[in-house]
Design a protein around this ligand. Structure first.
Ligand SMILES: CC(C)C(=O)C(=O)O
Length: 460
């Protein structure tokens, strides 16, 4: 079959014989050159450069209640509904957080779905994740959902070792399940598990070509979720597939003909690349990136949803109505109600993400907050830039701590010449001279400041 490939401006990119046939190998291709197992995985380059192709509309989808919940104690129904409310508010009226996926396994799972649907929000749309069986497709339909996720693992690790099938058998099996889903009138979202260890041209593209044929036949959208299950994806220009995120997205759009709006990237953070890989997927043609709140997900976690909110704003130059302050409300909710404390250095969310310690930095912060703060964190996250007090804080750091902790208006700001600041600095130095090795807590500082204020006859 001949295949004409155009870009979005209708220019002819390629005219080629369409020969992406399934390569039905006898032995699994485990890409031992890239994944030797007894050695650290390798990143190889062929220097093939893929063009940027960011869709005009990009969005975030959420897996807090699916991949997220898989890796922690289950949320109660009320907790799910509360988090769902927050996601709705965070995503804003344009629904930048477009969908959220839910298990349907137990009555409790289904109750949560009903309660979230009762909210009547357009966004995030409630979608499901099920065992791929006729009975479950009927369940999805009965509940009133439009789309469901189906597992279609695509690497030979899964096909040969887990499913004990050949590629042909796996593909036929997946296609018959997807056909069954379409027969029920439900739109399938195909989770291509372990895509970054799969044979892209020998399995993934031929399979997706078949999916696109089914989509044509049934006139029901079929989504392709590219799952970087083990976090092996890389975004470096010229890296080889299957590790290359640009290469995978290019293959899906250009060779399998999957439209951008039907492609999602699902990343994991095993090599610290979940965020950049997701941004890369956007840049090279996927409309959706699938994320979980605070990155809570299997092992090292998924792409943190809050990070992609800020990636979105940086790429698009606008938040498009997203309310970023909700991120701080969610942090408080997770800490107070779910007893989940985020690592203190977690970007945008951890206790210390915008806390400066060293005296010399605090001095800069005091002169102009922009020197050591990433953006107006008070405006966007209700989190003013802070300095914490330790042996390296210096007078400026102490002055800044008092100004921000007591929220003193600009005209009452203390500077490093203030008597109170000097008194406190003497006390802080004493603490560390006596061998203290930890940072001073807010409470300790407040007690000491109250005492000093009394002595000096000052009211803050
Ligand atoms: C189970 C699959 C779909 C997944 O979440 C992943 O690949 O990370």
């Amino acid at each position: 079959m001949r295949k004409v490939v155009m870009n979005k401006h209708n220019n002819l990119l390629q005219l080629e014989e369409h020969f992406y046939q399934l390569v039905d190998v006898d032995e699994p291709n485990t890409f031992r050159n890239l994944f030797p197992y007894e050695e650290i995985p390798k990143i190889a380059f062929n220097d093939r450069i893929v063009p940027h192709n960011m869709p005009d509309d990009i969005w975030i989808t959420d897996t807090t209640f699916r991949d997220g919940q898989q890796s922690r104690a289950p949320y109660t129904t009320d907790q799910i509904v509360t988090i769902y409310d927050y996601l709705h508010k965070l995503g804003g009226p344009k629904g930048i957080i477009r969908q959220s996926e839910f298990f349907l396994y137990s009555k409790k799972d289904r109750d949560a779905v009903y309660k979230c649907m009762e909210r009547g929000y357009k966004f995030p749309e409630v979608t499901s994740w099920i065992r791929a069986s006729k009975q479950d497709f009927e369940l999805v339909k009965d509940i009133g959902l439009r789309e469901t996720g189906i597992l279609v693992s695509c690497s030979d690790y899964h096909i040969f070792y887990k499913m004990k099938m050949t590629r042909r058998e796996a593909m036929n099996h997946y296609l018959s399940v997807i056909r069954e889903c379409l027969e029920t009138g439900i739109s399938p979202r195909c989770h291509l598990e372990d895509i970054t260890r799969s044979d892209i041209y020998g399995f993934v593209i031929p399979f997706c070509v078949e999916l696109m044929k089914l989509m044509d036949e049934y006139k029901i959208p079929i989504k392709v979720r590219a799952c970087d299950t083990m976090g092996y994806g890389v975004n470096f220009p010229g890296a080889v597939i299957p590790r290359s995120v640009p290469g995978i997205i290019y293959g899906l759009t250009t060779h399998a003909g999957v439209p951008s709006e039907l492609i999602e990237w699902h990343g994991h953070n095993d090599f610290y690349k979940a965020v950049t890989n997701s941004t890369t997927a956007w840049l090279y043609g996927a409309c959706g990136v699938n994320c979980s709140l605070f990155g809570i997900g299997e092992r090292t976690g998924n792409t943190p949803l809050e990070a992609m909110v800020f990636e979105y704003a940086q790429l698009k130059g606008t938040l498009d109505g997203m309310d970023t302050t909700v991120i701080t409300d969610l942090v408080d909710y997770f800490e107070k109600d779910l007893d989940y404390t985020l690592p203190s250095r977690t970007p945008f969310a951890g206790k210390n993400f915008n806390v400066t310690r060293a005296g010399i930095h605090a001095d800069g912060l005091l002169k102009n907050e922009e020197i050591y703060n990433i953006f107006d964190t008070e405006k966007f996250l209700k989190r003013p830039a802070l300095v914490s007090i330790s042996n390296t804080s210096g007078l400026a750091g102490i002055a800044h701590w008092i100004n921000s902790y007591y929220r003193l208006p600009q005209e009452r700001h203390l500077d490093k010449n203030s008597e109170l600041v000097h008194k406190l600095k003497d006390w802080v130095d004493e603490q560390y001279d006596e061998g203290r090795v930890t940072v001073l807590t807010d409470n300790e500082l407040v007690v000491k400041i109250t005492e000093c204020c009394k002595e000096l006859g000052i009211i803050l």
